[in-house]
Design a protein around this ligand. Structure first.
Ligand code: OVV
Length: 404
């Protein structure tokens, strides 16, 4: 990373490193350290976009939705000059005022009050899954057996979509999150199959497909009441199917990896099962399953001593902000005694993850079920990363547990 001579207020640290290269995606922390050290705002020369990696800077930009908009897309593509590959999300890729009605509807449907009824059912489902896995043995791949199995068991049912075709959900989400980045090897790999996955996902959003009593049904009921329009409803269901599967799979992978590599934390959790909630948020801070999103400037904006011109893309490094030692002492450590609230793993401000209560309930249910039966957790081989332009994920996690 090089720093141009700070002559004027326009001097800007610049790097030719590629944050979307296989090497950086596999191990992003060294790059993120260089990014934070280079300055508040850094130009990613290769893509002609800006980047932020420090906690205060990222947080302030996320809170400034008027200066840093989302409706030009939160990927590298500027929707004002290039057509998006799918109709934009009414939540993620929207700004006030259009953003507000869908957001209000979804935040009620996915809020803590609405989830109270689901909690005992999901705990029973998690206990049952853990029993089933342990019946097969005490060595397993934690990615397929737990991190993928649990969300796929409970979330599509909670939305109310049919059984048939659910195998499309993970590859759809994986490609969607790749597509926020540049058209690199990951996007090229997924592109030939996305039509099939997207076709299925879009079909499941129709009212006729959706079972009574779930999140999808509640979205369509909001359309009946006039809180949103009938044209908006299927796109809001699509947001659940887009943002609600891969993210929770990788969040659960993150918390399981954290416990497997921090036995002291597992012992603390066994002593006090109420720590499952803080463990989930600390794992989101540590791992940031969603690593990055872009924003677009709506005017010239001065950040520190750098001027970002109007209509530029800025990549917000959520994972880097969550590792900024200016904010987090010993940031690499999974520490159940710290207060991780304030992390930006769910974003911050008006777009902060509307599904986080659902994700938290899933993870807490599963971790609680494991803590009821398992004395200790260890890795029995090197876990392998699953590369994605946006997500930080595991492909495999060979695990052994000791029953209590
Ligand atoms: C946060 C997020 C990720 C991916 C898709 C969406 C949202 C959506 O609303 O479609």
């Amino acid at each position: 990373m090089t720093t141009s001579t700070p002559t004027a207020s326009t001097a800007i640290p610049t790097t030719d490193e590629d944050p979307f290269s296989a090497a950086v995606l596999a191990d992003p922390l060294p790059f993120q350290h260089r990014l934070r050290e280079a300055g508040e705002v850094v130009l990613l020369e290769r893509y002609g976009v800006y980047a932020m990696g420090r906690y205060d800077t990222v947080r302030a930009a996320l809170l400034d939705w008027q200066g840093f908009e989302s409706s030009a897309g939160v990927g590298i593509t500027d929707f004002r000059t290039e057509a998006p590959w799918r109709p934009p999300s009414l939540l993620l890729e929207a700004d006030p005022p259009h953003h507000d009605a869908p957001r209000a509807v979804l935040s009620r449907i996915l809020g803590p009050r609405a989830l109270r009824e689901l909690a005992p059912r999901w705990q029973a489902d998690a206990d049952r899954l853990v029993d089933e896995v342990l019946e097969q043995g005490t060595e397993f791949d934690a990615v397929t057996s737990l991190a993928e199995a649990f969300p796929l068991r409970v979330f599509p049912d909670a939305v109310g979509i049919p059984e048939e075709g659910r195998r499309h959900l993970l590859p759809y989400g994986d490609h969607l999150f790749n597509s926020f980045g540049p058209e690199n090897f990951l996007v090229q790999h997924g592109a030939p199959h996305i039509g099939e996955h997207a076709g299925w996902v879009n079909e499941q959003c129709a009212r006729e497909k959706i079972a009574d009593g779930g999140f999808g049904d509640a979205i369509w009921s909001a359309a009946d009441r006039g809180d949103i329009t009938p044209a908006q409803a299927p796109l809001i269901v699509r947001s659940l199917l887009s943002a609600g599967v891969d993210t929770t799979v990788h969040a659960i992978g993150a918390v399981l990896h954290a416990f497997a590599t921090h036995p002291d934390a597992w012992a603390m959790l066994r002593e006090d099962p109420a720590l499952a909630r803080v463990a989930f948020d600390e794992a989101i801070r540590l791992e940031a399953p969603v690593q990055t999103f872009f924003r677009t400037t709506t005017r010239d904006i001065v950040v520190g001593d750098v001027l970002i011109p109007d209509r530029r893309k800025i990549l917000m490094f959520l994972g880097s902000a969550n590792h900024d030692p200016r904010r987090w002492p010993d940031p690499q450590r999974f520490d159940l005694t710290r207060d991780p609230s304030g992390h930006v793993g769910f974003g911050m401000g008006i777009h902060q993850c509307v599904g986080q209560h659902v994700a938290r309930l899933e993870a807490v249910s599963l971790v609680t079920a494991l803590a009821r039966r398992v004395e200790s957790i260890e890795l029995i081989g090197e876990p392998e990363r699953h590369l994605n332009n946006t997500l930080r994920a595991w492909e495999t996690m060979p695990m052994r547990v000791e029953l209590s």
